[in-house]
Ligand binder design. Structure first.
Ligand code: AKG
Length: 260
């Protein structure tokens, strides 16, 4: 039977006392750090309205933004698309507190001795933030995110520690839970890889712990995405809308870089 892999929940106002907790996410002692009330619910609703008007006639749209691993072998295109999408995202956050900036500021509180910035390579800026839209019955099958293995030709792959931040802009009425397994990716898991996306369930067969969470609108979660995770099918009429941003760093290095 699977045991519970403990998670940590704190309120946004309690960051100072909990600065060390992020290490527990990096090393897998805890599954996820949930920062409740991170982003104002009214601002989430403004963003939702803007997203709804942008996606009104595009029912099949699953994201606004780009993800680096989809461009792993198309580096030039990645940077071109990153600049195009930058304008769209700026429009969505125009005139309100930019949640990506707020995530950068939060990282500054967790790591006061490091410099935090969007990753840049040979003068080219990486994409910053991907909005994921999960409609009725949409899910994300079992996967892990590891740019060090998946995108070796990008400089961000050189950092040993990678984390993922996810802001819940809108939560689904039912379903849409995030499930994490206490099983980090290893090379031999590649035999379980699906052709299209993700991994076969056998890959977590020996994992003894997992956690299932359903954060609220405005909450930010931080996970170590090298541990397998999945999103269960969304139920009900409301879409699950999140903003994702990766970050990477080394223990003693000065820099933290972000991208999507
Ligand atoms: O949306 C979530 O809860 C998790 C996102 C996710 O699966 C990912 O960033 O790989």
């Amino acid at each position: 039977m699977l045991e519970l892999w403990p998670s940590i929940s704190i309120d946004y106002t309690e960051i100072q006392e909990n600065k060390k907790k992020l290490n527990e996410i990096v090393n897998g002692t805890f599954s996820v750090l949930i920062i409740e009330n991170f982003y104002d619910v009214n601002l989430c609703n403004t963003i939702i309205q803007r997203i709804n008007s942008k996606t009104k006639n595009h029912d099949n749209m699953t994201k606004i933004g780009i993800s680096l691993v989809s461009y792993a072998n198309r580096k030039k295109d990645y940077f071109i698309q990153a600049n195009i999408i930058r304008k769209t995202l700026r429009d969505i956050f125009f005139g309100i507190q930019d949640p990506r900036k707020k995530i950068h500021d939060l990282l500054g509180e967790f790591f006061p001795n490091k410099e935090i910035s969007i990753a840049v390579e040979k003068g080219k800026k990486y994409a910053c933030g991907i909005i994921r839209l999960h409609g009725l019955e949409d899910s994300a099958s079992l996967h892990r995110d590891n740019v060090s293995y998946e995108a070796k030709n990008f400089n961000v792959s050189k950092f040993p520690i990678q984390l993922s931040t996810v802001l819940y802009i809108q939560q689904s009425e039912k379903g849409g839970e995030l499930v994490l397994y206490r099983k980090p990716w290893e090379k031999s898991d590649e035999r379980y890889r699906n052709i299209e996306f993700g991994y076969k369930r056998e890959v977590v067969a020996n994992s003894t712990q997992h956690v299932k969470i359903k954060p609220s609108q405005g909450d930010l979660v931080i996970i170590n995405p090298n541990y397998y995770h999945e999103i269960l099918p969304v139920k009900g009429s409301k879409r699950r809308i999140t903003l994702g941003l990766f970050l990477a760093f080394s223990k003693y290095g000065k820099k933290i870089v972000t991208w999507s």
